[in-house]
Design a protein around this ligand. Structure first.
Ligand code: NAD
Length: 256
């Protein structure tokens, strides 16, 4: 079966890499691409403006829309795709709770299958599992998350840092509060400190420090290339095309 793919944010950093990855798959066909500015030729398609998404999806009938844009755009794109019965891979980050709920409603009412994940790299899924294990065994230690990204990244802290915090918090018996950076008099309480570093072309580093009495552990993931995210997102697109309607996680995909 050929999986028909559309990409939103196709002119972006991730969009370019996902395009190359999709075009290299013998069982995939790129049928549409969207961005704020249309007109660019990519393989056999021409990039469409996102305002024409409804019309273009109806004409090209993709199986999956892969979205790496910005939060407000991704919500709108998810609603348009779901209303057209197009399954979704959403890699965009920076959603608030209301935006997450809006996408979930669209996925349910459109009866499509979707994964929304702030990190599609395989390594990060293992990293999250290690954090869950460490948090269970190191209850009582101080926990700090430090993430570093390139200077063009819009949202802070990263979606992956927040996901790491949620995974750790759910493994602890008492839910800690999240403290974003510190300044002035800031005594440490029952909290997870979350810190964002921005600079240069750093693709994405996440370090979690478990600091205990007399010892400490650091769990670290570093992405060397956006290819780690693109390969995972394309793999997830192939998987989601074969699922029943519903909202899935990367964990579901790796369980198989
Ligand atoms: N889930 C992951 O594994 C993962 C990995 C890397 C980046 N990201 C996230 O993906 C998103 C994109 O990252 P990037 O580095 O490629 O950013 P980027 O700024 O290079 O690309 C975003 C693209 O989206 C386009 N865009 C904006 N509004 C749009 C709209 N309404 N419709 C269509 N396109 C629109 C922009 O013009 C741009 O070309 C960010 O939210 C980033 O945090 C996620």
């Amino acid at each position: 079966m050929t999986v028909r793919i559309a990409i939103a944010g196709i002119n972006g950093r991730m969009g370019h890499m996902i395009t190359e990855t999709v075009l290299a798959q013998p069982d995939m066909q790129l049928v549409a691409g969207f961005d704020l500015q249309g007109g660019r030729a990519v393989d056999r398609i021409t990039v469409s403006e996102s305002k024409d998404m409804d019309k273009v999806l109806k004409a090209t009938k993709p199986d999956v829309l892969i979205d790496f844009t910005i939060a407000a755009a991704a919500v709108q794109n998810a609603k348009t795709a779901a209303a057209n019965g197009v399954n979704l891979i959403v890699g965009t980050t920076g959603f608030d709770e209301a935006q997450k709920a809006e996408m979930k409603r669209a996925i349910e009412s459109g009866k499509v299958a979707a994964i929304i994940s702030p990190n599609f790299s395989v390594g990060v899924q293992v990293f999250l599992k290690l954090l869950r294990e460490a948090a269970k065994r190191l209850e009582g230690c101080d926990i700090e998350i430090v993430e570093a990204h390139h200077n063009k990244k819009k949202d802070a802290p990263s979606g992956t840092a927040l996901k790491a915090a949620d995974v750790i918090a759910s493994a602890l018996s008492e839910k800690p509060k999240y403290v974003y950076g510190r300044e002035g008099v800031a005594p440490r309480g029952k909290e997870i400190g979350i810190h964002a570093v921005r600079g240069g072309d750093i693709v994405g580093d996440h370090t979690v420090l478990f600091a205990c009495d007399g010892e400490r552990i650091e769990v670290k993931h570093q992405a060397h290339s956006r290819q780690a995210f693109a390969s995972g997102a394309v793999k997830a697109a192939r998987w989601i095309a074969a699922q029943r309607p519903g909202l899935y996680s990367m964990d579901d995909m790796f369980r198989e």
